[in-house]
Design a protein around this ligand. Sequence first.
Ligand code: NAP
Ligand code: MG
Length: 401
Amino acid sequence: MEKIRMTTPIVEMDGDEMTRVLWRWIKELLIEPYVDLKTEYYDLGLPERDKTDDAVTAASAEATKKWGVAVKCATITPNAQRVEEYHLKKMWKSPNGTIRRILDGTVFRAPILVKGITPYVPGWTKPIVLARHAYGDIYNSVEARVEDGQTAYLVVEDKDGNAVSRQAIHSFVGDGIVQGVHNLDASIASFARSCFNYALEHKIPVWFGAKDTISKTYDHRFKDIFNEIYEKEYTAKFEEAGIYFLYTLIDDVVARVMRSEGGMLWACKNYDGDVMSDMVATAYGSLGMMSSVLVSPDGKYEFEAAHGTVTRHYYRHLKGEETSTNSVATIWAWTGALAKRGELDGNQPLVDFAKKLEKATMDTIESGYMTGDLIPMFHREGITPVKLNSRQFLEKIAEKL
Ligand code: NAP
Ligand code: MG
């Protein structure tokens, strides 16, 4: 066939370890034979980040602002052990954090559902898309230990250092602890808009919960901002799309989600999102089946897998041992980016190709060919699942494609 043309590039952010290996194979076996692939390439692999003093990460985020669509491979966030392993100049920050700060985006995670793999919550027949507000709260908190007899205050000062308000938090009888957290109206508003926009694009309702009955100023501000923006900017659009916005207490949201069939966008405050995204991912099966996209308030997209670099598999791969690493979420990062590029450029063949690659991947699994992580979860009458190694799985998809 003649290769599908692209008019505008996708920003390609390469990564580390096992996912870097899968990255090359996905391009070679599933994309490059069919698409005249145009990318602006940034190597976010740890050695290159170290070499460029992490400038490459910021540059890739800036390029995403320019081109609008990026696809990212999983990357190592260095810790002390990695500093030694890679002889790093310093413990570089998380690339995802850096990119998120530059794009001011919200991360949406959605499970990839295939026939034969039943979620641990059997009622969840549709995907639950989880959006986490990735700013503030306990993630930028200040904390202190307090001793018996001491008092902690919450003091707000104006520009000149005059106290605007001063409240005693607690006069301690016995030792204890204290914490100060903050958030910003602008950040909450941009989170709300990102959620409402995503919901409109995917035609799913938005559920948001906080603890406004207990936290009458802090959490209540989240509730008010969501409600105000919804009423002013989205009510009509939601009605037209046949979807709705539900605000209720976080406890009530949790109960409703458990009883639901899925199919909603669950907007979470930072901590709730941290915890609930792991619960939701686990309930849908493997981390290898969870896709993720960062969307900025002005409509820039960065697609990636939700999992990491799968280090344990990579060490086996380096020793020449066979691996069976699930590449589905990484394939979805590519199809998400290609489809979005096609949509923005009015390039229908590119959109169609992305959908066909997704279908070929699902068909491969549904007909019984999969990576090891999915085998114990696969139950389909008349089909005995076959475990393939990392490369064979991609070759099998290529055959279907
Ligand atoms: P991980 O790479 O997600 O892997 C954790 C374990 O989950 C794996 O050892 C494997 O279990 C299973 N797993 C995850 N993805 C899989 C897949 N595609 N196919 C099959 N099994 C899969 O998390 P981690 O070990 O905590 O982190 C490794 C590195 O990734 C770290 O350096 C971390 O900084 C980085 N990381 C990056 C991102 C990102 O770039 N977005 C996100 C998270 C972590 P078994 O070994 O039992 O098979
Ligand atoms: Mg977490």
